[in-house]
Every structure is written in structure tokens, then in C-alpha cells.
Design a protein. Structure first.
Length: 127
């Protein structure tokens, strides 16, 4: 018995690779792709647009509720100009700016989870 699920070719060449990053070979920072490759703008612009609008809406809500002084909001605002950089490696630099730079593990976790940005008021404890 056949299932109702059908696998068919997509009308946009290369869309499979966009949906499955494992299908895309690694690209070095200075490598370019041939003109015959699918347009990354066509494949990713709407998704990026949605994310940019979502960030703007988040910042509006935070401001409306008087929570703009939270260190995570400050870290996000400080990281956002990196998106406008013309230098390759924006994602890495943005991630690093929102990551805890400490290399030593803490002795014991006091919470389960993460905060998403390093708290400048929290000093790493010495062993």
C-alpha cells in the first residue's frame, strides 16, 4: 500500500540545498558561486526580512514596557551594527558578541538554561 506522501522535484532549482544545509558544500570566505546557482536572495530574503521585522517588534515591545535597560537588550543592540558590516564572518562575530567568553566551567549551575548574552555585572569566579 502506498502512502499519500509524494516526493516530487521542486520548481526552484537548488531549493533542496537551501532547506538542507548538509547538502551544500562548505564555502570559504572569499569563494564565489557560479551565476547558474540559485539566487540566495531569492531563496532567503523573505526569511531574513521576517527575522529583521521580528527583532524590530521585540525592541518596540521592550521599549513600551520599560525594559530597555536589561543587559541582554543592550548586548543585542550593540551586536546589531555587525549586520551592516561588509566584512565576511558577520555571523561568527555576532555570535561571539552574544556569547560568554569565559573558558572555565562554573563549579555548579544555579539555574537550568542560558541567558543569551553575557551579564557584564557577573564576574567569573576564580577556582
Amino acid at each position: 500500500m502506498q502512502s499519500g506522501l509524494r516526493i516530487h522535484a521542486t520548481s526552484q532549482p537548488g531549493l533542496e540545498a537551501h532547506r538542507n544545509p548538509d547538502m551544500v558544500p562548505p564555502v570559504t570566505q572569499n569563494q564565489t558561486t557560479p551565476a547558474s546557482d540559485p539566487s540566495l536572495v531569492d531563496l532567503g530574503f523573505l526569511d531574513a526580512r521576517i527575522k529583521a521585522i521580528d527583532i524590530a517588534a521585540f525592541l518596540d515591545r521592550v521599549q513600551r514596557h520599560g525594559q530597555g535597560d536589561d543587559y541582554r537588550v543592550a548586548a543585542l543592540k550593540k551586536a546589531l551594527p555587525e549586520l551592516l558590516s561588509d566584512d565576511a564572518g558577520r555571523a561568527r562575530r555576532l555570535l561571539e558578541s552574544l556569547s560568554d567568553p569565559s573558558e572555565e566551567p562554573i563549579p555548579a549551575a544555579t539555574i537550568q538554561g542560558a541567558f543569551g548574552a553575557p551579564n557584564p555585572d557577573t564576574k567569573p569566579t576564580a577556582p
